[in-house]
Design a protein around this ligand. Structure first.
Ligand SMILES: NC(=O)c1ccc[n+]([C@@H]2O[C@H](COP(=O)([O-])OP(=O)(O)OC[C@H]3O[C@@H](n4cnc5c(N)ncnc54)[C@H](OP(=O)(O)O)[C@@H]3O)[C@@H](O)[C@H]2O)c1
Length: 288
């Protein structure tokens, strides 16, 4: 988008946002980040990003951030459709921007979503009904989801307790997902694409833990937590029951048949997708 490349990133200070900001800055864009009041994680964003305070649950707070943008890197941080502001937010984006990239989910790709009351399918439908040039990034799980093992490993345990160790994932590096989105926002040829974005390899969760162990110099094992006990723990920690069911049913499914895989990262960015081992090396300190 020559002459007009100003992009707003929502949910900007999570796992993906800082990478998206870095990629967009490298591509020459002016980058804005939507942040909640007193967000403790703004320090994760690279220098040069303009901060706009706003709340996706309160669309009236978004006008300043959206005025003058051409693109939006849209991430919807809510678990379910209980936050009802999506139609209004999408309408505001449509009124100002030309392009939008949505971080969606493999769950939509395989028809699992809606069933588990997740938001990605809903957001896709809203965006498809607009005149925006939209691109959906239907991503598999993030490699950063392995941070969910960190507390147990840091605590000195030699065995990680978690459900479905044999679930075989094609987890994607957050920076690769961000890079695909930045390319789609910066140039033509990506409008209307529903990209399945994955990492380059199939690894079971148990194998991911073994690799983390190798990186930090420890021999780490795995113990399955059974489905019902895992569900109870997820719900107790605040997950909506429908979301916990969706996640666990998906784990059960990819225990039988590995998660889908694609070459989208390499095809769109021209760079090979990053391996889980490289992610673990970058994040080794989180596990020590
Ligand atoms: N993890 C996965 O495997 C996976 C798979 C498929 C799709 N996704 C999607 O990927 C997207 C990005 O995930 P992520 O891991 O980067 O995000 P994340 O780490 O969960 O961070 C969420 C971000 O949203 C911000 N936020 C929370 N409530 C907000 C609100 N009301 N208004 C504006 N911002 C708000 C948070 O700010 P604070 O820091 O201030 O709380 C934080 O910056 C999500 O939309 C998720 O649905 C994730």
């Amino acid at each position: 988008m020559p002459n007009q490349h100003t992009v707003l990133i929502t949910a900007a200070t999570g796992n993906v946002g800082p990478h998206a900001a870095a990629e967009l800055l490298r591509a020459g864009a002016r980058v804005r980040a939507l942040v909640l009041k007193d967000d403790p994680n703004v320090g994760r964003l690279p220098e040069g990003v303009e901060l706009f305070e706003g709340d996706l649950a309160r669309p009236d707070t978004l006008d300043a951030a959206l005025d003058g943008v051409d693109g939006v890197f849209l991430m919807w941080p809510f678990f379910t459709t209980d936050v009802t502001t999506a139609p209004e937010v999408v309408k505001k984006i449509e009124a100002r921007a030309r392009r939008v990239v949505l971080v969606s989910s493999v769950g939509v790709h395989i028809g699992l979503e809606r069933v588990d009351n997740n938001c990605h399918a809903y957001l896709e439908e809203l965006l498809e009904a607009t005149g925006l040039e939209w691109t959906f990034l239907r991503t598999t799980g993030f490699q950063a989801n392995a941070l969910g093992f960190a507390e147990q490993i840091r605590g000195g345990g030699e065995v990680v307790h978690f459900p479905y160790g044999a679930a075989t994932r094609t987890s994607v590096h957050e920076a690769d997902l961000a890079a695909v989105g930045a390319v789609a926002l910066a140039g033509p040829g990506h409008a209307g694409q529903k990209y399945l974005v994955t990492g380059p390899e199939e690894l079971s969760q148990k194998e991911q833990v073994r690799i983390i162990g190798e990186v930090i110099g420890r021999d780490l094992g795995w113990q399955d937590v059974q489905h019902e006990a895992a569900r109870a723990a997820m719900v107790a920690s605040g997950w909506p029951p429908s979301y916990a069911d969706g996640a666990l049913d998906y784990f059960a499914m990819i225990t039988e048949t590995p998660e889908l895989s694609s070459t989208v990262v390499a095809d769109v960015t021209g760079r090979p997708a990053r391996t889980f081992r490289s992610w673990a090396e970058e994040h080794a300190e989180a596990f020590r």
